[in-house]
Design a protein around this ligand. Structure first.
Ligand SMILES: Nc1ncnc2c1ncn2[C@@H]1O[C@H](COP(=O)(O)OP(=O)(O)O)[C@@H](O)[C@H]1O
Ligand SMILES: [Mg+2]
Length: 490
């Protein structure tokens, strides 16, 4: 995150100087303006998160500046500063949308907290706004492609759910099946669409942080809690909270979440007060939650609560009729994005796309089309630029399963594996030299692990050690048989 910017607007040099010292000490970037016109141009050019604005300025009143800031829409949070706070000024400023008011002489502790809150508020607001703007464009049901019976039935159900009063919804499906997409569509097609859609991946955050992220904390709840912080449940009030990878939630937070779902109240960490929230929770999981319950990793009562409305998105391989419509959709998408005019795919490409199992589901298909569109010069997508796995679907594990395509100039082997480009040097070579190079390479790739290296070459560990000795690749410590092979060769 970039350093937050604070613009200090005051005609007194000494005040600006001391505020700058403090702001920098608190980790902010300080900008200064001594008069209104400088302030306005700095706000426009630098977009500071917070403006500290003196009510009395030489050229204009601070209130006029506030009004202009509000009109141009550039104002984020404005904190007014005044030596003689007259109630009228304060009232007017707050009415005009000032974030807060602070009296002189300045109480720096108070200022620090106010600043921190203001910055947080600005950040949250702009995050939510950009998310909302970005998402709403693409989050209609019309952007969810599916002609298969499974998908049309599912979408019929999803529409109903979106329009309903349901406050908990569970979406399950393998990775890449469209869980995020459907969660967003549910929100933006619901009565909650003008309130925030707040996504959070619970597996990405450690438990203690996650708790205060979700529920907020009071000032002083723990060492770092210098100010009160609202949790995402409060941020999402009136809207939707999307809890991705719910299966990874720790038992403690599972219990806490259950309570929130049942009572629709939260309590901030370190707080004693219940806060009423109105949040629709959409939980998603790519793990089989029912099984997690059976195995004791997930609370049964929470599962039942979440699964009242349960949506299961089938993997793409179980609805192959959706593949070609999705391909058309993605081609159109990338035509726009890359300013290309690809018209379609060849018959062979179609056959390959339809036959492949798509373990990464729609995401994998989308990525495959993106890649082909980047590389293809013809107006139709030929198989040449499809990922290797799609072109060779039945070879099982390949030597290059992690790369998207075979190495250019490589050669297919009878095993279905792929040999990287090799050529014989002009003056010829010896087979033994090649063998030695391969042994060295295998050892390097396996980080010196002999068992692994032997497996890469499909020989026994003893055979590998024999070759290492022959080629002088054995270091003296390795001669001793101190590390027993976990999987002795044949
Ligand atoms: N039915 C669909 N129609 C159009 N695009 C889809 C569809 N399903 C998934 N996608 C796209 O595939 C990608 C992966 O979907 P996502 O919702 O992130 O999957 P998940 O959350 O289940 O892993 C996204 O780019 C999404 O837009
Ligand atoms: Mg997802």
């Amino acid at each position: 995150m970039p350093q937050p910017k604070v613009l200090i607007v005051d005609d007194e040099k000494l005040v600006r100087w001391s505020l700058r010292q403090k702001c920098e000490e608190w980790g902010y970037q300080a900008l200064e303006a001594a008069d209104a016109s400088t302030a306005l141009s700095l706000v426009r050019d630098e977009q500071p998160e917070v403006v500290l604005l003196d009510v009395r300025l030489p050229d204009q009143s601070g209130l006029d500046v506030l009004e202009k800031l509000k009109q141009t829409g550039d104002a984020r949070a404005v904190i007014m500063i005044t030596a003689d706070p007259q109630l009228d000024d304060v009232k007017a400023a707050i009415k005009m949308g000032a974030y807060d008011f602070i009296g002189k002489p300045l109480d720096f502790d108070e200022l620090q907290v106010t600043l921190q809150n203001a910055i947080e508020a600005t950040r949250l607001r702009s995050e939510v706004e950009s998310l909302r703007g970005e998402v709403r464009k693409r989050a209609g049901f019309h952007d969810i492609i599916g002609v298969s019976r499974k998908m049309t039935e599912l979408m019929h159900f999803v529409r109903k759910v979106a329009a309903s009063e349901a406050t908990t919804i569970l979406i399950q499906g393998e990775s890449g099946t469209g869980k995020d997409l459907i969660a967003k569509a549910i929100h933006y097609q619901s009565a909650r669409q003008d309130r925030p859609f707040v996504p959070i991946n619970v597996s990405a955050i450690p438990e203690t942080l996650l708790e205060s992220e979700l529920f907020g904390h009071e000032r002083g709840a723990f060492t770092d809690a210098k100010a009160m912080k609202k949790g995402l449940f409060e941020v999402a009030d009136g809207g939707t909270l999307f809890l991705d990878e719910i299966g990874e939630l720790t038992p403690f937070l599972q219990a806490k979440l259950l309570r929130v779902l049942e009572d629709q109240v939260i309590r901030r960490v370190g707080g004693v007060r219940d806060i009423q929230v109105d949040v629709r929770v959409i939980a998603a999981s790519n793990r089989d939650l029912e099984r997690a319950v059976r195995e004791g990793h997930f609370r049964q009562d929470l599962y039942y609560r979440l699964a009242i409305i349960s949506i299961f998105i089938p993997p793409l391989r179980e609805r192959r009729e959706d593949i070609l419509p999705l391909v058309d959709f993605f081609i159109e998408h990338y035509n726009r994005k890359f300013r290309k005019s690809v018209r379609g795919i060849t018959a062979e490409t179609r056959r390959l796309l339809l036959n492949y199992d798509w373990p990464g589901n729609v995401r994998e298909l989308k990525n495959a089309i993106e890649r082909a569109m980047i590389l293809e010069d013809e107006p139709v997508l030929r198989p040449d630029y499809l990922p290797f796995s799609v072109r060779q679907p039945h070879t099982g594990v390949t030597a290059f399963e992690h790369t998207a395509s075979p190495p250019a100039g490589g050669q297919p082997l009878p095993s279905g594996r792929w040999l990287p480009p090799l050529s014989i040097p002009e003056g010829g070579t010896s087979l033994e030299e090649i063998e030695r190079a391969m042994v060295e390479l295998a050892l390097r790739q396996s980080g010196g692990n002999q068992t692994h290296a032997a497996r890469l070459l499909d020989i026994s560990r003893d055979a590998l050690r024999y070759k290492m000795k022959k080629f002088g690749l054995m270091h003296s410590e390795e001669e001793k048989e101190e590390q027993p092979s976990p999987q002795p060769g044949p």
